[in-house]
Design a protein around this ligand. Structure first.
Ligand SMILES: N[C@@H](CCC(=O)N[C@@H](CS)C(=O)NCC(=O)O)C(=O)O
Length: 310
């Protein structure tokens, strides 16, 4: 049996994407709660500097980013597989819109709604991480505008979904989960502020209920120190056989995160293919771990190639 450890926190929408996938697949998993703001020493010990939630750990293999985690879980547990993301309106284009546009509209809206109550420590943490000032007064003044941007997008989704159960048809695709967690985030914030939530979107409301019914699988809490011990006592899994020849294999490299933020993850390039990058890292605290990143959105910096490779 594969022991799945999810590093996450309750309010994290991207974590909700993976908790829901655990539910869809009926998986049992261990839950390690990550603090929502720095310091996140235990998580960083495993990832080498990647600080976001969720992160999946299987022994000494550490999977960063919800899209890669979903792909890994789908490969390991194919009995209840997601529909291919290319069916009907389920396409990576929608995932990207959900992650890069809709998610940030909801972040702005939710911060504007809570402008008077956002803990200063969270603001300081995110200002440092995002590398820009957060204008809480401006966000508060613009809640109506941001809500309008979101509901316009929800209207597009309502039309796209039409009478189908899921964006790919009868079976959910990654797109469904990528949209679900952002709409979940919006609906929670909006109804807490006495908004109409999804009530003007009957198809989307029914779709949300259908996905929520998957639940989260079977979850058991685990202490962060235990997760580190598990990494320490296992070698990383053998590398995939799909590796491409790359001049930096075996050399020290850095992985960056291109959407926002300041993370730089150092390691030895162990594997690269069209979809993923794997770094090996070796520290006394966690032993040798393999840290996996998606290729898309995670530039690789090597001293052998000018600029960013990929
Ligand atoms: N592209 C990443 C995004 C993950 C992400 O931004 N997660 C948020 C929480 S939902 C986060 O970790 N923010 C910064 C932090 O919590 O330190 C993914 O798909 O997993």
């Amino acid at each position: 049996m594969v022991d799945l450890i999810l590093h996450h926190y309750e309010a994290s929408p991207y974590s909700e994407k993976i908790r829901t996938l655990m539910g869809f697949k009926g998986l049992s998993w261990s839950s390690v709660i990550v603090p929502p703001i720095a310091p996140k020493a235990d998580l960083l010990a495993l990832t080498g500097g990647y600080r976001r939630a969720p992160v999946l750990q299987i022994g000494a293999d550490i999977y960063c980013d919800s899209a890669l985690i979903a792909a890994e879980l789908d490969q390991r547990f194919p009995a209840r597989a997601l529909a291919p993301n290319t069916v009907g309106t389920a396409t990576p284009l929608l995932d990207n819109w959900a992650d890069r546009i809709l998610f940030w509209q909801v972040v702005r809206y939710s911060m504007g709604l809570r402008a008077d109550a956002v803990p200063p420590a969270l603001i300081h943490d995110r200002e440092a991480f995002w590398d820009h000032k957060i204008d809480l007064d401006g966000l508060k003044a613009d809640v109506g505008y941001h809500r309008g941007q979101i509901t316009t997008g929800l209207g597009w989704l309502e039309n796209l979904l039409g009478g189908a159960d899921f964006f790919a048809g009868d079976t959910p695709a990654l797109t469904d989960l990528a949209l679900y967690h952002v709409v979940w985030f919006f609906a929670k914030a909006d109804t807490a502020a006495s908004g109409s939530g999804l009530s003007l979107f009957p198809a989307l409301s029914a779709w949300m209920a259908r996905i929520a019914e998957f639940g989260h699988g079977t979850r058991t809490e685990l202490a962060p120190a235990e997760a580190i011990n598990i990494a320490l006592s296992a070698p990383p899994a053998p590398l995939p056989e799909t590796g491409a020849a790359h001049p930096a294999i075996g050399a020290p490299v850095q992985v960056l995160v291109d959407e926002f933020g300041t993370e730089v993850i150092d390691g030895t390039l162990a594997h690269i293919d069209d979809t993923r990058i794997i770094l090996h890292r070796d520290t006394p605290q966690v032993g040798t771990v393999a840290v996996h990143f998606p290729r898309h959105g995670y530039p690789l910096r090597t001293t052998l190639i000018q600029g960013k490779d990929t």
